[in-house]
Write a protein that binds this ligand. Structure first.
Ligand code: ADP
Ligand code: XUL
Length: 541
C-alpha cells in the first residue's frame, strides 16, 4: 500500500486529500478542508482575502497560510484512517501568481524548526512583506506597461513568457513592490510563489518554482522553462538572486522536515515540487490528452486544456502555461466567478437550492436580459473599473439576475476561449460550484458539449496527490504514462453527465454574438447593442 498526500492552498481554504494505491485498487482515502475565514478568524480575512479600501488591491497573509498548513497536517494526522507511515510522497497546489517575500532570517528559521512550538510562532518574523499580493490584485497597470515596453511589446512578452503583462502576475507585482519600497525590496532574500513557499515550509529550505506555476509570473522563458533574463531585467534589479531556481514538475525537493515528523508523526516522505492550482487541476480532472477541456468553478472561473505546442492568444486575454505533465496548457481566468454568483444569491436571499430553482425558472437566453458581472475588477476581459452593467435586466428580478449571471459567465468563457482552437467534445467540471447541476446545464448548453464532474470538486488537491505519485514512481525508476497515473481517479462520476439541450444550444449560438456586442459596448469599443438585443429577443421568444 502506498499513500500520496495532496494539499491545495487555495484562495479560501486549504484542502488535504490522500490517495491510496494498492495492488487491489486505488481510492481517495481522505479529503478534508480548512476554511481560512472560520478556522483562522484572528487574521480577519473575508473569503481568504484581507480587507482593503482600494478595490484594485488584494492581499492575504503568508503567516495565515503557514498556520493553516500546520493545522491541515494536524488534521490529516488526527482525522484520517490512513497509516501515516504509508505516505510515500506529498505534493501541493497553490493559488497562482501570489508571492511571498522572505528576509535574511528566513533560511535559518526554516532550517531549525522546533517541533515543540507552532510553525506560525517560528516563521512570524521572516517576512519582509507581511501581506502577500494575490491573484485578485489588479493594481499594477503602470508596471505592466513599463515591463511590456522594456521587453519590446505585448507580443514579444507573450511569446517569451506565455502571456502579455497581466496585473496579477508576479513580475508586475514585484516591480510595484520594488518601486514603492526600494529598501525593503533590497533586503528581500527570497521571493516565492504561494506554491514554492508552502513546499519550503515542508522541507525546511527554499524549494524551487515549478514551471506550470512559474508561467504565471511574466518572468519565465516558457519554451526553455528557465528564468528569462530580459523579463527579469525589465522587472527589478538583482531579481535573479532573489528567485529560487525553476525545476521540473516532478522534482523531489527533499524529505518532509523533522518538524512535521516529530510534531505530527509523519514519515520522511518525499516532498515533490508544488504547482499552481490550475496546473494541478489539469491532472486532477484527467486532462492528460487533447480534445477535452476542464472548467473549474472555484473562487475564480477558469477554463483550460492541454496542447502539445504553445499557441498564443492574439487578442491578449488568454495565457499559455507549461503543463506539469509536459506540453502546454492554454488557460483563461475570470475573476468574477463564485463570489459574483454568491453576490446575486445573497442579494435575492436565496440558498444554492433556491439559486438553482431560480436559474431553471427562466428560459435559455433570459428573454434577452444581459448582465456583465464585473462586480470586482475583471481579468477576462480586462476591466479595471468595477461595476456590473445591465442590459434590459431589472436588478430586482431574482430569477432574471440569477440566470443572467450564470449565462454571462459561460458566454464569456466560451467567447474568450475560442483562440485555443480546441474542438470541445466533453467538459470536465470541478470546483465548489460544479456541485450545482443547474449551472452545469447552462455550461453544457452554451458549449454544446457534454459536461461531467470529475475529481470530486477538489481536482487541485487530487492533482497534487497524483503528481506526488507520478514523481515517486519516477524517482524509483518507473516512468508511468499520465493516463495510467490518473486511471481510477478522474473518470466522470457515474450519472454526473449533463447533456446539452439542442434548442438551448441554438439560442446560445446566437446569444454569444449579442453578449460580445454588450461587452464591446461596455468597454467603449462598440455601438449600442440595443438593436441586436431586440432582434435576439424577438427571435427567441
Ligand atoms: P477555491 O478553491 O478557489 O477556494 P472552491 O473550488 O473551493 O474555491 O469553491 C468555493 C466556492 O464554491 C464558494 O465560494 C461557493 O460560492 C461555491 N459553491 C459551493 N457550493 C455551491 C453550490 N451548491 N452551488 C454553487 N456554488 C457553490
Ligand atoms: C489563474 C488565476 C486563478 C488563481 C486562483 O490564472 O489567477 O485561477 O490560480 O485560483
Amino acid at each position: 500500500m502506498s499513500v500520496y498526500l495532496g494539499l491545495d492552498l487555495s484562495t479560501q481554504s486549504l484542502t488535504a486529500l490522500a490517495i491510496e494505491i494498492a495492488d487491489g485498487g486505488r481510492r481517495v482515502a481522505f479529503e478534508e478542508s480548512l476554511d481560512f475565514d472560520s478556522a483562522l478568524p484572528q487574521y480577519g480575512t473575508r473569503h481568504g482575502v484581507l480587507p482593503q479600501t482600494d478595490p484594485l488591491t488584494a492581499t492575504s497573509s503568508p503567516l495565515m497560510w503557514a498556520e493553516a498548513l500546520d493545522k491541515a497536517m494536524e488534521m490529516v494526522a488526527r482525522d484520517s484512517t490512513i497509516a501515516l507511515a504509508d505516505i510515500r510522497a506529498v505534493s501541493g497546489s497553490g493559488q497562482q501568481h501570489g508571492s511571498v517575500y522572505f528576509g535574511a532570517a528566513a533560511a535559518k528559521a526554516l532550517a531549525s524548526l522546533d517541533a515543540g512550538r507552532t510553525l506560525e510562532s517560528q516563521v512570524r518574523g521572516v517576512f519582509v512583506r507581511p501581506e502577500s499580493p494575490i491573484w485578485m490584485d489588479s493594481s499594477t497597470a503602470a508596471e505592466c506597461a513599463e515591463i511590456t515596453a522594456a521587453v519590446g511589446g505585448p507580443e514579444r512578452l507573450a511569446q517569451l513568457t506565455g502571456s502579455r503583462a497581466f496585473e496579477r502576475f508576479t513580475g508586475p507585482q514585484i516591480r510595484k513592490w520594488f518601486k514603492e519600497m526600494p529598501a525593503a525590496y533590497r533586503s528581500t532574500a527570497r521571493i516565492h510563489l504561494v506554491s514554492s513557499y508552502a513546499a519550503s515550509l515542508l522541507v525546511g529550505f527554499d524549494a524551487p518554482i515549478e514551471p506550470g506555476d512559474g508561467s504565471g509570473m511574466n518572468l519565465m522563458d516558457l519554451a526553455a522553462r528557465r528564468w528569462a533574463p530580459e523579463a527579469l531585467a525589465a522587472t527589478a534589479p538583482d531579481l535573479d538572486a532573489k528567485l529560487p531556481p525553476v525545476a521540473p514538475s516532478w522534482t523531489v525537493v527533499g524529505p518532509l522536515a523533522t518538524y512535521w515528523r516529530a510534531r505530527h508523526g509523519f514519515p520522511a516522505a518525499k516532498v515533490v515540487a508544488w504547482s499552481g492550482d490550475n496546473p494541478c487541476s489539469l491532472v486532477g480532472t484527467g486532462i492528460v490528452r487533447e480534445g477535452r477541456i476542464a472548467i473549474s468553478l472555484g473562487t475564480s472561473d477558469t477554463l483550460f486544456g492541454l496542447v502539445p505546442t504553445a499557441r498564443y492568444d492574439p487578442s491578449g486575454t488568454g495565457h499559455v502555461f507549461g503543463s506539469p505533465t509536459g506540453g502546454y496548457m492554454p488557460l483563461i481566468c475570470c475573476k468574477n466567478g463564485s463570489l459574483a454568483r454568491e453576490r446575486i444569491r445573497d442579494q435575492h436571499r436565496l440558498d444554492w437550492e433556491g439559486f438553482g430553482h431560480a436559474l431553471d425558472a427562466r428560459p435559455a437566453g433570459n428573454r434577452g436580459a444581459i448582465l456583465l458581472p464585473w462586480f470586482d475588477p475583471e481579468i477576462t476581459p480586462t476591466v479595471l473599473e468595477p461595476g456590473a452593467r445591465r442590459y434590459g435586466l431589472d436588478p430586482a428580478d431574482a430569477a432574471a439576475n440569477v440566470r443572467a449571471v450564470v449565462e454571462a459567465q459561460m458566454l464569456a468563457l466560451a467567447n474568450h476561449s475560442e483562440w485555443m482552437g480546441v474542438k470541445v467534445e466533453q467538459i470536465h467540471a470541478t470546483g465548489g460550484a460544479s456541485q450545482n447541476r443547474a449551472i452545469l446545464q447552462v455550461m453544457a448548453d452554451v458549449f454544446g458539449a457534454d459536461v461531467c464532474i470529475v475529481g470530486g470538486g477538489n481536482a487541485a488537491a487530487l492533482g497534487a496527490a497524483l503528481r506526488a505519485y507520478h514523481a515517486d514512481e519516477l524517482a524509483r525508476g518507473r516512468e508511468l504514462p499520465w493516463p495510467e497515473v490518473v486511471a481510477g481517479f478522474t473518470e466522470p462520476w457515474p450519472a454526473s453527465t449533463v447533456r446539452p439541450i439542442p434548442a438551448h444550444v441554438a439560442v446560445y449560438a446566437e446569444m454569444r454574438k449579442v453578449y460580445a456586442a454588450c461587452e464591446a459596448h461596455a468597454l467603449g469599443k462598440g455601438p449600442d447593442p440595443a438593436p441586436a438585443i431586440k432582434a435576439f429577443r424577438e427571435r427567441t421568444l
